[in-house]
Design a protein around this ligand. Structure first.
Ligand SMILES: NC(=O)c1ccc[n+]([C@@H]2O[C@H](COP(=O)([O-])OP(=O)(O)OC[C@H]3O[C@@H](n4cnc5c(N)ncnc54)[C@H](OP(=O)(O)O)[C@@H]3O)[C@@H](O)[C@H]2O)c1
Length: 188
């Protein structure tokens, strides 16, 4: 899957909420309360396969996300979760996700974290959907740097905090620049 879009017509999309200092998580959970972004996440991922690391999956409210095939990465063969598809490698996860996307006629595979999984997939992604959260929290999980030589910002929308939001935020779309190299999974 070195060129996901060109080969299958299915985009590989990373979806993340990232603080101004790059932090995405603390102690296995999100370091902010941002209800608007939870709604955004649900709307964008609904009906699509989601690829998620075991740690992030366990941070969901026990059950898999409804309305989406949850493909959970874990090297631990004894870990399993009812209603989720387990994948022992990134290649296996992407293969399962591509099959699911084709069955559902979904145009995208959504990679929803966490830090470990984003770090392994940014090099092969077609698009990044980033909610930039205007906070500087302490944290132990970060999103990888978004290199402007590789990623072109194509959309930007500013949002004031809603009643259940801790901060203002900016939603951003980044497209891979034409001609930038797409690495094979496992090559980094
Ligand atoms: N702000 C956001 O948008 C956002 C989104 C998602 C997550 N987060 C945050 O990110 C943090 C979690 O990130 P994390 O980096 O600690 O964990 P993670 O990426 O969610 O999960 C890591 C685990 O996934 C499995 N894994 C990863 N790559 C694999 C591969 N190639 N093959 C097989 N299994 C693989 C391994 O599980 P095993 O150990 O079982 O082998 C690994 O320990 C949390 O704080 C969470 O709240 C934030």
């Amino acid at each position: 899957m070195s060129e996901p879009r060109a080969r299958s017509g299915i985009e590989l999309v990373l979806l993340a909420a990232v603080a101004d200092n790059g932090v995405i998580g603390r102690g296995g959970t999100l370091p902010w309360r941002l209800k608007s972004d939870m709604r955004h996440f649900r709307a964008i991922t609904w009906g699509k396969p989601v690829v998620v690391g075991r740690a992030t999956f366990l941070s969901f409210t026990i059950k898999p996300l409804p309305g989406r095939t949850n493909i959970v990465l874990s090297r631990n063969h004894s870990f399993g979760a009812a209603g989720a598809v387990m994948a022992p490698s990134l290649e296996a996860a992407l293969q399962a996700a591509r099959g699911d996307a084709l069955r559902r006629a979904a145009g995208a595979i959504m990679v929803v974290g966490g830090a470990d999984v984003y770090a392994q997939t940014i090099a092969i992604a077609d698009r990044l959907l980033i909610t930039r959260v205007h906070l500087q929290p302490q944290g132990d999980a970060k999103f990888p740097a978004i290199d402007s030589d590789i990623w072109r910002e194509s959309e930007r929308s500013e949002h004031r905090p809603g009643p259940d939001d801790e901060a203002s935020f900016t939603t951003l779309v980044y497209e891979r620049r034409t001609g930038s190299i797409v690495s094979a999974p496992g090559s980094h």
